[in-house]
Design a protein around this ligand. Structure first.
Ligand code: ACO
Length: 382
């Protein structure tokens, strides 16, 4: 949090930066070898960043509440009243998360009119990668980026996209990056216990992407942010490595008894719904208020409240606390459920493409979830 703040000087501090350059910063090689990828210069001319494109993709298989009632003891009324969710999309057949991420990314690039070859960085925010070592380089490959931009994953569950957005801003403002693709994508269906009616009704799979672009300070579209984590809350929400696999057994002399270790696997999502609910309605409004304060903006200046789509009752409670009227709250979880890191860019993309969110409007976005992690960003669209 404090490190990130220190990496994000206000645009005005760049105005007085002692160095100046006549041409826009270019990526250039330091000359160690012609084959080495170029290193970015500090971004002296473009201290701002703006959101210029978005896209999303969901799997084809749709599961309704009635479908779920054939699998577990539940019904449409209970699910929709307690959560607001009516249906969700789930990966099946030949669907995979990389393909969804690539689809969402292509749409975002097209809207932003940015060629894949002009990308400097791809951030894949996911807790369910197709490869334990990271999915972002596969997105880079499938997008056909000839310049091989840096690509890596960010793991922060339902807060992942907000963290990705702030990381993109840090890379742009402090690292000389120009075009950063931030993808939020998750397939929690792979970790859901489909016999647990307390959790399986909540989740769906999806991907969303946003193109964040360097710009002049006057156009800067990130007004303020606020990020937190609290590992002591992990007991309320996790999908941990199975306990018997987390430590290799040792005898009293410290010799390894059980080697080589067995193949690892993760448990299903374990969730104390009531605790997560309480945490969200307590921490999310505080976080948004803090981000607004840093931005120097009142809550009344928010055109749209865009929360991680976990539960309509959480969204309503946060909106009520911030006194944001329901017509300025973005919600699409009825159709997709909780899609973890994908939920914010998925809802943003739908709102932008339907004409609801317009260029120049201010959005308070907040993510929260496993870790525990939570955070918010006050941004301008376009
Ligand atoms: N259908 C029917 N009945 C159900 C179901 C179901 N699917 N699930 C639970 N019930 C029953 C319970 O057994 C209980 O019955 P009882 O009163 O006879 O004991 C009753 O309904 C009430 O259950 P609660 O768990 O108290 O229901 P609650 O109102 O708390 O709602 C819910 C549960 C929807 C999970 C809610 O707590 C919630 O949304 N919490 C937040 C969860 C969340 O957002 N998690 C994701 C975080 S994001 C991430 O990082 C992954």
């Amino acid at each position: 949090m404090h490190l990130l703040s220190s990496l994000l000087p206000s645009p005005s501090s760049y105005t007085h930066f002692p160095l100046s350059i006549d041409s826009p910063p270019k990526l250039f090689a330091l000359g160690l070898s012609k084959d080495l990828p170029p290193l970015p210069l500090p971004n002296l001319r473009y201290p701002g960043c703006k959101l210029v494109g978005c896209g999303s993709a969901v799997p084809t298989l749709q599961i309704s509440n009635d479908d779920l009632s054939k699998m577990v003891d539940t019904n449409d009324e209970w699910i929709s009243v307690r959560t607001g969710i009516r249906r969700r999309r789930v990966l099946s057949g030949r669907d995979n998360l990389i393909a969804l991420g690539v689809d969402a990314s292509r749409k975002a690039l097209e809207m932003a009119k940015v060629d894949p070859d002009d990308l400097d960085l791809i951030l894949m925010c996911t807790s369910t990668p197709e490869d334990l070592f990271g999915s972002a380089p596969q997105i880079q490959k499938h997008l056909g980026c000839k310049a091989n931009p840096l690509a890596y994953d960010i793991t922060a569950a339902c807060s992942g996209f907000v963290l990705g957005l702030i990381s993109a801003a840090c890379h742009i403002r402090g690292g000389g990056f120009r075009n950063v693709l931030v993808i939020g994508a998750d397939a929690l269906s792979r970790y859901v216990d489909w016999t647990d009616r307390g959790s399986c009704i909540l989740f769906g799979d999806a991907a969303g992407a946003v193109l964040v672009q360097a710009c002049d300070s006057e156009e800067d579209g990130l007004f303020g942010f606020d990020l937190h984590s609290d590992g002591s809350g992990q007991r309320h929400l996790n999908a941990s490595i199975k306990e018997h696999e987390s430590n290799t057994a040792l005898d009293s002399n410290g010799s390894v008894l059980d080697f080589p270790p067995r193949k690892s696997s993760y448990s299903f999502i374990q969730m104390n719904g009531k605790e997560v609910f309480r945490f969200a309605v307590r921490c999310v409004p505080q976080s948004i208020e803090s981000a607004l304060e840093k931005a120097g903006l009142p809550a009344s200046s928010i055109d749209w409240l865009l929360l991680h789509q976990a539960n309509q009752r959480i969204i309503d409670a946060v909106a009520a606390r911030l006194e944001v009227p329901s017509e300025r709250v973005i919600s699409n979880l009825a159709n997709y459920g909780n899609t973890s890191a994908a939920s914010i860019p998925l809802a943003l993309d739908e709102a932008v493409r339907s004409g609801k969110v317009k260029a120049g409007q201010t959005i308070a976005a907040a993510g929260f979830g496993a870790g525990l992690t939570w955070g918010s960003a006050i941004i301008r669209w376009g």
